[in-house]
Ligand binder design. Structure first.
Ligand SMILES: [Zn+2]
Ligand SMILES: [Zn+2]
Length: 359
């Protein structure tokens, strides 16, 4: 975004003073704030423009580095800049939407996900899951009212009048929508929960993940969901399997594709293969065909009790050499010339079948 566009979006003349910029930003950011326009995509768009315009005018140099089109790479630069802010915006809009979404749902169950690696699934393990639970406000006992409360600091922004959003190195300040950016809170509502009687509690909960748990499995933890009207729901944790760079899972088996060169497959080869617990040598006998599987017993995943323990299946993929040099070509030429049908039984069978078809 360039300075002229930014000025236009904020309705400012050239060279605004810092206070003019601040007050125009405050007014427009609050008008289009996601908290005040839930589910309104037009307001969301305007809000983003207003925040980016403010950022552009506040840090003209920094924004220019990221956002100014420069020749061919302009599209990418612009994309990166917008991506950066998209991250922060998604955070703002997620927070803004959460309460509205949950009001509709009567469920007290709290959902979370946990990502586990294949290595972690080789044994029973424990994972910390960060959750944000609705709990009864301890300050007002859930009543929402504060007896004899006077003018006090706004609970949402702790009196700052602004709320900071942060994502990696980028951060932005947005006027607090709870107090109109004043930082003050008047009235008799509880200052901790803002009168709702419920507060959000961020917690790290430890979840036990049994060995060999399947992708998509749900683990239910009683009483660790949201608290409403004195009752608590459950926490339901969905297990997500993290993709492994070399292994893939099939039931309790673990499958590995092992590339082997053409000559290694023909001559025989001792290969070092990774397992979930380290590495092992396996013997690839001379004449091994592509697709052949070698089974390492018990090297797969083992569910509780040790029954149905899987294997590690090493599947040989014979790689045809490419980008041959002259000498290599000569050798292979020579090899082809002196090969006999008995060296290639599959080819021989195929040719015989074809012959009978054509006869
Ligand atoms: Zn506030
Ligand atoms: Zn309260």
């Amino acid at each position: 975004m360039n300075v002229a566009d930014a000025l236009k979006i904020l309705g400012l003349d050239k060279n605004p003073s810092a206070s003019q910029l601040k007050s125009a930003y405050k007014k427009l950011a609050l008008e289009f704030h996601p908290d005040r326009n839930p589910g309104d995509p037009e307001a969301e768009k305007r809000f983003k423009q207003v925040v980016i315009a403010h950022e552009t005018l506040q840090n003209p140099k920094r924004s220019a580095v990221r956002a100014t089109p420069r020749g061919r790479s302009s599209a990418r630069r612009k994309g990166e800049y917008e991506e950066l802010w998209e991250d922060i915006f998604s955070h703002i809009f997620k927070n803004a939407r959460e309460p509205a979404d949950e009001k509709k749902s009567t469920s007290r169950d709290l959902h979370a996900q946990v990502e586990v690696t294949l290595e972690e699934l080789t044994r029973d393990s424990e994972k910390d899951v960060a959750v944000s639970r609705r709990v009864r406000c301890a300050s007002c006992g859930g009543r929402g009212a504060e007896a004899g409360a006077r003018r006090s600091a706004c609970p949402a922004c702790k009196g700052a009048g602004e709320v900071r959003y942060r994502q990696g190195l980028a951060e932005l300040w947005v006027p607090c929508s709870a107090c109109d950016g004043s930082g003050e809170h008047t009235g008799l509502a509880c200052r901790v929960c803002g009168g709702e009687g419920i507060t959000r509690k961020r917690e790290n909960l430890r979840v036990a993940i049994p060995a060999a748990t399947r992708e998509g499995a749900q683990i239910r933890i009683k009483g660790m969901g949201h608290e409403d009207a004195g009752e608590a729901g459950d926490l339901i944790v969905t297990v997500r399997a993290k993709a492994h760079p070399v292994f893939r899972r099939e039931g309790n088996d673990v499958v590995l594709d092992l590339p082997v060169s053409f000559s290694q497959a023909a001559l025989g080869h001792e290969a070092l293969v990774p397992t979930l617990k380290g590495a092992q040598k396996i013997k690839i006998p001379a004449g091994t065909q592509s697709g052949r599987e070698f089974r390492l017993k018990g090297e797969g995943l083992s569910p509780a009790g040790g029954r149905n323990t899987g294997d590690l299946r090493v599947r040989v993929i014979v790689e045809t050499p490419t980008k041959l040099g002259e000498r290599q070509r000569e050798i292979l030429d020579e090899l082809q010339r002196i090969s006999s049908p008995s060296n290639h039984p599959r080819t021989r069978t195929f040719l015989e079948k074809m012959k009978s078809l054509l006869e």
